[in-house]
Design a protein around this ligand. Sequence first.
Ligand code: SF4
Length: 713
Amino acid sequence: MQTNTTCPYCGVGCGVVAEHDTTRCDTLVSVTGDPSHPANQGRLCVKGSALAQTLGHDGRLTHPRINGLEVSWERALDEVGARLGRIRQQHGSGAIAGYLSGQLLTEDYYLANKFFKGFVGTPHVDTNSRLCMASAVAGYKRALGADAVPCCYEDLEEAELVVLTGSNLAWNHPVLYQRLRTAKRRNPLMRIVVIDPRVIDTCEIADLYLPIAPGGDIALFNGLLTYMAGKGRLDRDFIERHTEGFDEALAAAQLEAPDIETAADLCGVDVERLETFYYWFASQLHVVTLYSQGINQSSSGTDRVNAIINCHLAGGSIGLPGAGPFSITGQPNAMGGREVGGLANQLAAHMDYHTPGALDRVTRFWTTPGLVPTLPEGPGHKALALVEAIERGEIQALWIMATNPLVSLPDANRVRAALKKCPLVIVSECMARNDTLEHADILLPASGWAEKDGTVTNSERRISRQRGILPPPGEARHDWWIICEVARRMGFGEAFAYSSVHEVFDEHARLSGFENDPQATPETGYRLFDISGLAGLDRTQYDALAPIQWPVNASAPQGTARLFEDARFMTPSGRARLIAVASRPAMQRPGSDTRLLLNTGRIRDQWHTMTRTARASRLMHHRSEPFIEVHPEDARQASVQNGQLARLHNPLGEYLGRVRVTTAQPQGSLFVPIHWNDQFARQARASALIAAFCDPVSGQPESKQGRVALSPV
Ligand code: SF4
């Protein structure tokens, strides 16, 4: 039997066809690419094609536990409901926090947000998307007035110039890389520029590689804006009719990078290469700049995003086929979480707390007979601030869903200490090998990828169905069901009386369009990107839902491939904003004995903290153990050799890995993978070495600019 569903790994959001042997209820026969899915058109990367090998009941959490002891669901849910209720009564709603995940399906995410913000009444709900896309979100909001990715994947194929910055597409979004490589073969005039401090695999398709110095991004794009102005390559008509803030942004760019020589000096790229890039960008309308964690994971991530968007707005290169700034999400449903308000600074749907009338609108929408929500008045703690609030004793209960913050949050040892201090830690999780589980007072076994039913949204705003194929193992239950059962025990049952995930989706779609007028101006009403066109689907229609890009509404019943084609932006004035930005140094500075800069990232064949991908032996061949990539001169100075075990250390922690000496790594810096942790290797949590600094606008941690010493073991 075959079922069309969606890959649970990266933000490309590939459609897969899962073949199921109906006589076996614990695994799939095979997983292949879905030729009918627009994101991948049948392609899969190695992770997606190994999905069937990651399944099976071994290694799954199958029973609820309290303090390590197996209990019934009734007992576990009663305990969660009673303890959260007591904490709320004694310490207030704000003593309860949730930490969610881009691994959750949209329906789970919607309900978690509704539960915590709407009925527990706490604003302290954040998500691991904070570590991944928060700067992209903040940058879009500042410039475009909404967290709205303008482009679609076809734009990569229709562009004449594709700029990849802070993105190792070949490893991290392999199917998009395949699409881009094919498009370049078909269009020999297409040019690709790769901007990255390391010589990455993506460079294989680059016409031009700019080995930028870490942190040089704003200077590079400010230099580009100066160049465009100097060469008369601005789209003056677009700037005057559709933007604001241009003069200030240009003045800031000219101040930092008044000429190519200065820009080249600041970003560490030679003048000739930089001028070639500037000439190509400034001469071309059909430019896509694709960026990912290399831009976002910085204490100036939001400004970096805006430096990129500034250049697109100045050139009028947005809202057209093959044009625009394009952030690619890391997780399968980072976008879905953003759509339901899963970030601590969001309220619900695409509404922020400060969106006019939003608190009243959401309160009315979530009110049921006899039960009025108690929404918080303003934003809650973002991820790192949440850890600090736990340390201060302000958070008495933390419910973690589908994520492993002990490995993924920076300063991981501090996170461990904070969790130990938290009086109640509840963890909903599907896999048994997860470092965070050791701190769970109450453990709730959740269903996993092949079992869950719902939707996810990929990087091009495309909503796809994930379909439950196998029954959950043991007593594992769906996240949405768990949330509803806890809500019921806390007295919120009327607002959580769903009999299926389809009803949750319908409510989410209705809220997105509630009192929303897609044609409104700030004077005439309220407008946000919605999916009201998907409200009212019956169960059969929901089950059969084909992939579709939001917004979906009466004006766009078939969805929307590209945003802002009418150059009408979501700001109060309807104009896009250029933002004046200037480079700032990283917050983690070199010490006398921690001079090496630590860059962290993914590898091709592993996903997050390896809880699933480590189960497929063929995914261990590419890189089988933790490693440290180091330039030959740094290796010589540290007296370490290729293949030797070495130690990275700083006052925060240690990391052990096998040395890989390579000239692809710039001198003075190192690269380590984010995946390994205490479950799979000794002392291999890269996050333990990263200080907890973050971007002041987005709250996204500076995960790529640690400072460490390298020593032989
Ligand atoms: Fe899955 Fe991403 Fe690979 Fe597609 S590119 S198969 S979504 S991991």
